[in-house]
Design a protein around this ligand. Sequence first.
Ligand code: ATP
Length: 144
Amino acid sequence: DRNPDEGGIGVIGLGRFGCQLAESLAALGREVLAIDRDARKVQRWSTKLDQVAQADSTDEDALRQLDVGDLRRVVVAIGASVQASVLTVLALVELGVPQIWARATSAQHAKILSSVGAHRVIFPEAETGERLAHLIVSRMLDFA
Ligand code: ATP
């Protein structure tokens, strides 16, 4: 079996979270395929990332044409539209992507993502807030 740390990573949805994720993965030397349906965002990011494609990620055939099924891991970074994120996860399951990570914005959203087949559900805002709280408290101890 291939090393799970190798292979391309897909990032779907280039909002603030998705952009930062794609940029950080590229800085770590990983091959990233970024996808957004918004042509202006694709245009803007095409100079910073090696592979950026315009597609509606709820469209399984569009993802197939981009060889998304060959990626080891895909992160669905769409936040605002529950429908778009759920349908995207469904398309990725159909394509047989082995590791599907998806961003949730509520507990119900997370349950749907898991039941559709997401392997890991992430809450970027909640996780960042929690980490920041620990950081602030530890810094306060530093200066106590
Ligand atoms: P952030 O908090 O990360 O800025 P957001 O919640 O403000 O995200 P969203 O509306 O979730 O923004 O959109 C994130 C990105 O996902 C946008 O760039 C949007 O164009 C893209 N997106 C939304 N739906 C689809 C889709 N069906 N296919 C491809 N990209 C999509």
